[in-house]
Design a protein around this ligand. Structure first.
Ligand SMILES: Cc1cc2nc3c(=O)[nH]c(=O)nc-3n(C[C@H](O)[C@H](O)[C@H](O)COP(=O)(O)OP(=O)(O)OC[C@H]3O[C@@H](n4cnc5c(N)ncnc54)[C@H](O)[C@@H]3O)c2cc1C
Length: 437
């Protein structure tokens, strides 16, 4: 293989690398795609809980870009060529029907991330890309003018253009171990230190494990310091064995950790995360609803009634919290066994408050291994976004999670991968053909 020369070598067969390789191959370049895992697209397969929220179908470009941080302005150019409309068309025209859910989140109609991966695998195959898996790239070869190829374990490969698509640092078990960052530093890029960014939250309460797996569509989430509300948003919430996850929590997590750090510095208590499971009802109406249920079924267990309003495990936990610890002076030691007609007003009021202010104490962010994306990476000013070419070395292209662009959960990460991968692939093919003369 050492004597072989490729027009384009793409490193990393994640979504950005697969798109780049396919685009370069479709443009007529001789392309080699190198992946260190046994299979391509490992992170893609676990994305969106296995359903893959593959883009955000926001059609207004300014509104779409405003969801990214300030660095996101660089995306205008790649999104003009492979924006959400083109991405939806790309997958649909290759036999993958899709559906749009709340907040413009696009999913394959199959609800399977494998459908997305299959389109990409067909794309590279039809573009005559050579895919080699279980091959770890060790470094880049370049001279002062341009790239020359890549180092593997025992030999080198020559290339006219190289696309680095090795991903960020989130979930290193999927293969994204940040290899590309050190190569780019060696050629003169300044890498913004990657930090976990969309990451679940660990809470103090051990009993949260009882609620593991419960998912809620629309919860009002607020972060409080004492009784003061510091942050508030509506979003999906998922209970895990250590605390909370889901898009609503992931999007607030970094700010939660900043508020907690500030509170710690000032010697204040840790912030609490309050969940309102009935954001559409004010407290009075919710109380009315509970009273109606209790009045309609006076002989039923209170717990059974609550279970008609909330998932049973959460209903039980709310009842335990509302009743407080069993008291030795109370005759009823198994005090969750209380019938509707026996419910005192104070207990009912406490239950209503807990349904709308279910409190958990913030402890810390989960480790990097749990992050959905990491912030940091190659600064956007060091890359020409019209081609995704490095401004440090000719013939070197960068795309996907390697770029320093912060984004929320909701299909925004993969949208970056498709657009920057596509532009990088086409430009890498062009540059190779120009270098060929
Ligand atoms: C749990 C989870 C859920 C997510 N859900 C969503 C979602 O629903 N929607 C969304 O938009 N985004 C989601 N994301 C983020 C999305 O998956 C990433 O943005 C995307 O995978 C990044 O693609 P990439 O191609 O840049 O990098 P990666 O997917 O990280 O791929 C990089 C590839 O490079 C390979 N590689 C690394 N080093 C080397 C080397 N030295 N030699 C050869 N190969 C190498 C790796 O093995 C890997 O296959 C999710 C992420 C996680 C972790």
């Amino acid at each position: 293989m050492s004597s072989e020369l490729y027009d384009v070598v793409v490193i990393g067969a994640g979504p950005a690398g697969l798109m780049a390789a396919g685009a370069a191959g479709a443009a007529g370049a001789r392309v080699l795609l190198l992946e260190k895992n046994r299979e391509p697209g490992r992170k893609l397969l676990i994305s969106g809980g296995g359903r893959c929220n593959f883009t955000n179908a926001e059609s207004d470009m300014h509104r779409l870009i405003s969801r990214y941080d300030a660095e996101g302005k660089a995306l205008f150019s790649p999104f003009a060529r492979m924006g959400p409309t083109q991405v939806l068309e790309f997958f649909a025209s290759r036999g993958m029907p899709y559906k749009i859910e709340d907040n413009n989140r696009a999913f394959p109609r199959s609800d399977k991330s494998n459908s997305v991966l299959q389109v990409l695998l067909d794309y590279i195959e039809n573009s005559n890309v050579r895919l080699l898996t279980r091959v770890t790239v060790k470094g880049l070869r370049y001279n002062s003018l341009r790239v020359q190829g890549v180092h593997l374990d025992n030999h080198d490969i020559d290339a006219r253009s190289i696309v680095v698509a090795t991903g960020g640092l989130a979930r290193p078990d999927t293969g994204s171990t940040g290899d590309g960052f050190s190569w780019l530093e060696q050629v003169g890029h300044s890498i913004v230190r990657p930090e976990p960014s969309l990451v679940p939250v660990v809470v103090e309460e051990d009993w949260v494990t009882e609620l593991q797996g419960l998912a809620f569509g629309e919860v009002r989430i607020s972060l409080r310091l004492g009784e003061k509300t510091i942050l508030k948003t509506d979003g999906k919430v998922l209970f895990t064995h250590f605390g909370l996850s889901g898009p609503g929590i992931l999007n607030l997590a970094t700010r939660m950790s900043q508020v907690a750090a500030e509170a710690r510095k000032q010697g204040a208590a840790a912030p609490t995360i309050c969940l309102n499971f009935f954001p559409g009802l004010d407290g009075g109406l919710l109380d009315r609803r509970l009273q109606d249920e209790l009045g309609a079924y006076p002989r039923r267990q209170l717990r059974t009634i609550l279970e008609t309003m909330l998932p049973p495990r959460l209903a039980r936990r709310i009842l335990v919290e509302a009743l407080g610890p069993p008291s030795p002076n109370t005759a009823n030691t198994n005090n969750t066994e209380i019938t509707a007609s026996e419910v005192p007003k104070q207990l009912r009021k406490r239950i209503v408050i807990l349904m709308q202010e279910f409190r958990l104490t913030y402890r810390e962010l989960q480790s990097e291994d749990w992050a959905v994306v990491s912030s940091g990476g190659v600064p956007t000013v060091e890359v020409d976004f019209r081609s995704m070419e490095s401004k440090r070395v000719r013939g070197l292209f960068v795309c996907g999670d390697m770029l320093n662009i912060n984004r929320p959960s909701g299909g925004y990460s993969l949208q970056i991968c498709w657009a920057t991968g596509y532009v990088a692939g086409l430009a890498a093919a062009d540059a190779a053909s120009a270098a060929h003369g």
